[in-house]
Design a protein around this ligand. Structure first.
Ligand SMILES: Cc1ncc(COP(=O)(O)O)c(C=O)c1O
Length: 397
C-alpha cells in the first residue's frame, strides 16, 4: 500500500528520539531529554496577545498562498535591516514552517538527477528532502580543523556539472558554529564561477548568536548572489513559536512565485491569525530575543565548563543556536559494562539505558563519533545531566 519513496524515507531521528524521551517520562522514568530543537520558554507575550486579538476580530479565513502582505513586508524589511538587502514583499513567500519551505524550494527548483551539496554534519532533514524530490545529496564532511564548516576548497572539489544547489546553515544545527565574513567571502568567490548553483541559506537560527546581533551572511559577502540565493527562515526558534508552524522564504521573484504556486496546491496557506500577529510584533521583538540569547549564552558557558572536566569527552565551542556538539571519538573502541562502544548510536543507547539522559547520535547528522545535546532545557536539568554524564563516562574502560 505504501509508495517506494515513503518506504525508503527514514523518520526524523530528532523527532523520533524526542517522542521516545516523552514516552519514557510518561512511563514514570526520570528522563532528561537533551534532544529538543525548541526553546523551553514561552512564545513572547505580545505575539500571544496579538494572535488572540486577531482570532477575535475574525482573521480566521483562508489568506493568499504567498502569505498576507503585512507579513511579507515585515519579513522583507527585517532582512533589509539585518543583512542590507533590497527585498520587497514580492521577494517573500510564507508557509507552514521553515521545514516545509525548504521542501517547497527543492520541489520548485530541482529535477531528478540534480545534485545538492550538503555540508556535514547537517540538519537531519536536508538529505531526506533532497531524495524526496528525486535529486541526489552530495555530502561534504567538515572536521575539527574547519570547525565542522564547509571551506571554499572542499566546496569547489564537490561541484560537478550536475550541481544545482548548495545548502548553507549558519549558525549550524547541530554544531552551533557560525560562518565568518571571511569564510563566506571565500565561498562566494567559488560560487561566482558556477552560475547554475542556487544557494539555500537556512537562517532559522541567525538571530540566536552569541557575539553579534545577527550572523554574517553570504549576501553581505556578495550581494550579487541575491539573484540565485533563497533565504529560508521562520518564527519557530527566535520567537519560540515551534508549534505555530510559520516560516518564510526570501529570494528572486521567479523562484518565490514558483514556490507560491506549489503552496497553492499543497497547504493553501499558513494559519492566518498567526501571520497577522507575527507581522504586527516582529519589529518590536528585539529585547525579547536579546533576553533569550542571554539565557542561551549562560547555559552554553555552564555546559562547556561542566564538560571540560569530564573524561573522554569534549565539547566544540559554539557561536549560536542551542546545541552542544560533543566529541566522543575517544570512547569508540572502548566499552561500557562489557558492552562495546562502536558508534555514537551505541554510546547514546547505553547512556539512555544507564542514566535516562537522551541525546542525539552524530550519525543522524551524518558524522559518527559525536553527539548533539540541546541546552534548551532548564539550568537544573543541565546540571543534573552533566552529573549523569560524568558517572557514565567514569565507567567506560
Ligand atoms: C536547521 C534547521 N532548519 C530548519 C528548521 C525548521 O524549523 P521549522 O519548520 O520549525 O520552522 C529547523 C528545525 O529544527 C532547523 O533546525
Amino acid at each position: 500500500m505504501i509508495s517506494n519513496l515513503i518506504k525508503d524515507l527514514k523518520p526524523s531521528a530528532t523527532l523520533s528520539l524526542a517522542t521516545k524521551a516523552k514516552q519514557l517520562a510518561a512511563s514514570g522514568k526520570d528522563v532528561i531529554s537533551l534532544t529538543v530543537g525548541e526553546p523551553d520558554w514561552e512564545t513572547y507575550e505580545p505575539i500571544k496577545k496579538a494572535a488572540i486579538k486577531y482570532i477575535q476580530e475574525g482573521k480566521t479565513k483562508y489568506v493568499p498562498s504567498s502569505g498576507v502582505p503585512e507579513l511579507r513586508r515585515a519579513v522583507a524589511k527585517k532582512n533589509n535591516l539585518q543583512i542590507q538587502t533590497q527585498y520587497t514583499e514580492e521577494n517573500v513567500t510564507v508557509s507552514s514552517g521553515g521545514k516545509f519551505l525548504i521542501y517547497s524550494l527543492m520541489q520548485s527548483t530541482l529535477n531528478p538527477g540534480d545534485e545538492v551539496i550538503i555540508p556535514a554534519p547537517y540538519w537531519v532533514s536536508y538529505p531526506s528532502q533532497v531524495r524526496l524530490v528525486g535529486a541526489t545529496p552530495v555530502i561534504v564532511n567538515g572536521d575539527k580543523e574547519t570547525q565542522y564548516k564547509l571551506c571554499a576548497k572542499a566546496l569547489e572539489k564537490a561541484i560537478t556539472p550536475k550541481t544545482k544547489m548548495l545548502i548553507l546553515n549558519s549558525p549550524s544545527n547541530p554544531t552551533g558554529r557560525v560562518y565568518t565574513k571571511n569564510e563566506l567571502d571565500e565561498i562566494a568567490q567559488v560560487l561566482k564561477r558556477y552560475p547554475q548553483i542556487i544557494i539555500m541559506s537556512d537562517d532559522i537560527y541567525n538571530e540566536l548568536v552569541f557575539s553579534s546581533k545577527v550572523a554574517p551572511h553570504i549576501l553581505q559577502a556578495s550581494p550579487e548572489l541575491s539573484e540565485r540565493t533563497v533565504i529560508v527562515s521562520g518564527a519557530s526558534k527566535a520567537f519560540s513559536m515551534t508549534g505555530w508552524r510559520l516560516g518564510w522564504a526570501v529570494g528572486p521573484v521567479e523562484i518565490i512565485k514558483a514556490m507560491t504556486k506549489f503552496h497553492s496546491q499543497t497547504t493553501s496557506c499558513a494559519a492566518s491569525f498567526t501571520q497577522y500577529a507575527v507581522a504586527e510584533c516582529m519589529p518590536d521583538l528585539g529585547s525579547y530575543i536579546e533576553n533569550s540569547v542571554e539565557i542561551l549564552k549562560k547555559r552554553m558557558k555552564m555546559a562547556l565548563e561542566g564538560i571540560s572536566s569530564i573524561p573522554l569527552i569534549s565539547a566544540e565551542p559554539s557561536d549560536g543556536a542551542f546545541y552542544v556538539w560533543l566529541d566522543i571519538t575517544q570512547c569508540l573502541g572502548k566499552s561500557f559494562k562489557g558492552k562495546a562502544i562502536k558508534s555514537s548510536d551505541d554510546f547514546s543507547q547505553y547512556l539512555l539505558e544507564e542514566t535516562n539522559v537522551v541525546v542525539v547520535p552524530g550519525s543522524a547528522f551524518g558524522l559518527d563519533g559525536y553527539l548533539r545535546a540541546s541546552i534548551a532545557v532548564s539550568d537544573e536539568k543541565i546540571t543534573e545531566a552533566l552529573a549523569r554524564f560524568r558517572s557514565f563516562l567514569e565507567q567506560i574502560s
